[in-house]
Design a binder for this molecule. Structure first.
Ligand SMILES: [Zn+2]
Length: 287
C-alpha cells in the first residue's frame, strides 16, 4: 500500500466513526489548492470544495490566494464550542466557513499538528506519541518555500510547533508567552512580505490542563482566542487589502474534563477528536 493510501485509510476511519466528511489533514490540501502550490509529497488530505469554490468565485480563478494567516489555537475543539458559545459564535461570524473535522490518534499536539501541516497520518509522518521531535516528512511549509513563498512561524518557546517544523526554509519567531507571539504575527502582517504566517496560541490548552476545560480561567482564554482571530481578520483587511487572502482558525484537538479541576486530551472520544476549522476568504483590491 502507498503511503498516501495508508494515510487515507486512517482519515477515512475517523471520518466514518465520527460521521463528518472532513479531517484536520484537509488543511494543507486546502491551503495549497487556494494558493496554487503543489502539496507536500505525502499529503493525503482533500481540498475542501466549498472553500476552493469560494476562492474561485471571489478571486476569478483557482490558486489565486496570495496571503494566508493560520491561527493555531491549541485544544479549542468542538467540545469547547458547545460550552463557549459566544466566543465561537464570534469566530464563526468572522470566518463565515466552519468545517467539523476529525483529529487523529493519539489526540495530542505534536501528533495532530504533524498531520495538519503534512497532510499525512501519524503512521506516515512518524510522530505517533507525545514527543517533540523534528518532523522528517515534507510539509506545507516546505511546499510553500519551494514555490518561492516566504513563510514565518510564530510560536511559544519550545512548544510543539516551535520544535517539530525546524530546519526548514522558514523564519522562526519564538516567544516566552502568547502575547509576544500574537504581537509578532500582527507586526509581520503590517511590516513584512510573508506569504504564509503561522501564529500559535498556547494558553487555552495550558489553562484547561491546570483548571479544567470549562473553568472560568479557561473561558477567558477562549474569549482571548476569539479576540485574536477577529484582530487578525481586521489586520488582514487593513494591511493585506490589495491581496487575495485567507485567515484560518486551525485547532489541533479538543479536550475533556478529568475531575473538578483538571482537563486532558489524547483519547479517541468526541470531546478530544472533534474540532472545527474556520476559513475566512477575501478578494484583494477592496479596502
Ligand atoms: Zn494541542
Amino acid at each position: 500500500m502507498s503511503q498516501t493510501a495508508r494515510s487515507k485509510e486512517v482519515f477515512d476511519f475517523f471520518r466514518k466513526k465520527y460521521d463528518t466528511p472532513y479531517s484536520i489533514a484537509d488543511l494543507t490540501a486546502t491551503v495549497c489548492e487556494l494558493c496554487g502550490v503543489t502539496p507536500p509529497e505525502e499529503c493525503a488530505g482533500t481540498p475542501i470544495a466549498a472553500v476552493v469554490d469560494q476562492g474561485d468565485k471571489l478571486m476569478g480563478g483557482i490558486g489565486k490566494t496570495q496571503k494566508v494567516l493560520l491561527f493555531c489555537a491549541d485544544a479549542m475543539g468542538e467540545a469547547q464550542r458547545q460550552v463557549f458559545k459566544d466566543a465561537f459564535a464570534r469566530i464563526e461570524k468572522t470566518a463565515s466557513f466552519r468545517f467539523l473535522s476529525t483529529s487523529v490518534m493519539p489526540s495530542v499536539t505534536p501528533v495532530c499538528y504533524g498531520t495538519i501541516f503534512s497532510g499525512a497520518a501519524p503512521c506516515v509522518h512518524g510522530i505517533e506519541k507525545y514527543e517533540k521531535v523534528l518532523l522528517s516528512v515534507d510539509t506545507l511549509f516546505d511546499a510553500f518555500a519551494r514555490a518561492g513563498k516566504n513563510v514565518a512561524i510564530c510560536a511559544y518557546n519550545n512548544c510543539s510547533i516551535d520544535v517539530i517544523f525546524r530546519k526548514r526554509n522558514v523564519d522562526y519567531y519564538s516567544f516566552r508567552g502568547d502575547e509576544g507571539t500574537f504581537r509578532c504575527a500582527m507586526d509581520l502582517m503590517e511590516r513584512s512580505d510573508y506569504d504564509l504566517i503561522v501564529c500559535y496560541m498556547n494558553d487555552y490548552d495550558h489553562t484547561m490542563h491546570a483548571t479544567g476545560p470549562f473553568s472560568e480561567e479557561a473561558g477567558a482564554q477562549a474569549e482571548l482566542a476569539a479576540d485574536r482571530y477577529e484582530a487578525f481578520a481586521k489586520q488582514a483587511d487593513l494591511f493585506w487589502a490589495q491581496y487575495n487572502r485567507a485567515v484560518v482558525f486551525v485547532p489541533d484537538h479538543g479536550g475533556h474534563l478529568v475531575n473538578e479541576s483538571n482537563g486532558a486530551h489524547g483519547t479517541d472520544t468526541p470531546e478530544d477528536m472533534l474540532v472545527n476549522h474556520f476559513y475566512r476568504i477575501k478578494p484583494g483590491g477592496k479596502k
